[in-house]
Design a protein around this ligand. Structure first.
Ligand code: HEM
Length: 402
């Protein structure tokens, strides 16, 4: 087996779209990732994705941004606002974990800090398990922690969420409740299973655990990166400070620029399922490893310009190139949470009052509204348990809004 690395934006994009290549980044993290949507291939992947796509519809994103997000934000941010300070990583994780739990179908009946903290602790462990290939810790130790966290998740959150949905679906089938009372989330569509997709009970639980970590981990990291990039930009470009405060479409553009610079995973890995010629001209045999370098593809100067390496929300983009580059992937595994998190790319006539901004831009907007700024007395630290370039601790000061 040889490893072939793909560089350059166009080659990376074409490689990700080639359906003869199967996912392989999560083989090390099988303890949580075996047979979840992200690692499936071919017809199995198509059937499961189609089923789960039912949750990811635009009308629901709109409802989510306008109804669910503001309420969850208010509740999550309240203790930090009262204290006047927060660790942005912790705050973003709590918030995005709650939001992703709504999507995945994991109930938190008490909605208090202790319950959120317990689920967050479990999800942090799932994340480390999923990205085991990049972990700097002993891999067997991490696997044992993931197994223990899954067992705890099952009794504390998953089983009660499952039973409540089973009961609601039975009530709906018997005509005791209307469809409005049936939750709209991944667990519910898996239980309804209108596409008749085979799924063992243990796999269904890991699918939900995968959603929790896929959604919350990447969203929390993206928020901290975006906040940091926006703050740094404002300090070197004070002329844009007011625009960032008053023009939400420009702020969304800033977040997209930050997403380009910090893809959740610096690489995508694929395995060739047959002998094939790759877009960069190399030949792959069956089972060769193809490493798509997303981080450098997203900084390809031939696509993003000579200053591709730096944050510049004013850069012009080639038609058809998404401002976030390959950060949400492309092809059959394109992120299902892309529009939820990044929002829609505004058209020239976009109405700022009705535009769908996405969770990360909205969160950064809320931080700006609360005059959040890095705490000058407490230094931000990089995450130390992973080779991925993420923030581990990001202290900020913030003010209440009136
Ligand atoms: C800034 C935030 C996010 C980033 C950067 C991100 C990035 C990605 C990337 C790069 C992939 C494709 C991986 C590959 O091709 O190997 C992916 C897949 C996926 N993402 Fe996201 N993601 C984010 C947020 C979310 C959220 C909020 C959710 C769910 C609520 C989500 C659900 C998924 C799912 C289900 C897949 C698998 C799709 C498939 O295999 O068909 N993601 N994500």
């Amino acid at each position: 087996m040889k490893t072939i690395t793909i560089n350059g934006y166009d080659n990376a994009s074409d490689t990700l779209r080639d359906q003869r290549l199967a996912q392989s980044l999560y083989d090390e993290g099988a303890v949580i990732m075996a047979d979840v949507l992200l690692v499936l291939h071919g017809a199995d992947h198509r059937a499961r994705r189609l089923l789960e796509l039912r949750v990811f519809r635009r009308d629901f994103f709109r409802f989510y941004e306008h109804e669910v997000f503001p309420a969850t934000l208010k509740q999550t941010i309240a203790p930090y606002e009262a204290a006047g300070r927060a660790d942005l990583m912790e705050l973003s994780y709590r918030l995005t974990m709650n939001l992703t739990a709504d999507f995945a179908g994991v109930d938190r009946p008490r909605r208090d800090a202790e319950e959120t903290e317990r689920l967050r602790g479990q999800v942090m462990i799932f994340s480390e398990g999923a990205t085991l290939v990049h972990s700097t810790r002993d891999k067997e130790t991490v696997r044992a922690e993931v197994r223990a966290a899954l067992a705890e998740f099952k009794t504390s959150f998953y089983q009660p969420s499952l039973e409540r949905r089973q009961q609601l679906l039975a009530d709906f089938a018997a005509g005791r409740i209307t469809e409005d009372a049936v939750p709209r989330d991944v667990l519910t569509v898996l239980l309804q299973n209108e596409e008749r997709v085979e799924m063992a009970p243990d796999l269904m639980m890991r699918e939900i655990a995968f959603y929790l970590q896929a959604g919350s981990h990447s969203t929390a990291n993206a928020t901290a990166h975006a906040f940091h990039d926006v703050m740094s930009w404002c300090s070197s470009h004070p002329e844009d400070q007011r625009r960032i405060e008053s023009d939400p479409l420009f702020l969304q553009r800033c977040v997209h620029e930050s997403l380009r610079l910090h893809p959740a995973s610096p690489v995508a890995w694929r395995r060739s399922t047959c002998p094939m010629a790759l877009p960069n001209g190399s030949d792959a045999d069956t089972n060769d490893r193809v490493v798509v370098d997303l981080a450098t593809a997203n900084r390809d100067p031939s696509i993003f310009g000579p200053d591709a390496d730096i944050f510049n929300p004013h850069r012009s983009l080639r038609d058809g190139t998404p401002p976030w580059g390959l950060t949400f992937g492309v092809g059959v595994h394109t992120c299902l949470g892309r529009d939820l998190d990044g929002g829609l790319q505004p058209r020239a006539d976009a109405d700022p009052d009705t535009h769908q901004y996405g969770i990360v831009p909205l969160l950064v907007q809320e931080l700006v509204r609360r005059k959040a700024r890095p705490d000058p007395a407490d230094k931000a630290l990089a995450a130390n348990h992973t080779e991925r370039a993420n923030w581990g601790y990001y202290p900020i000061l913030l003010e209440p809004v009136h």
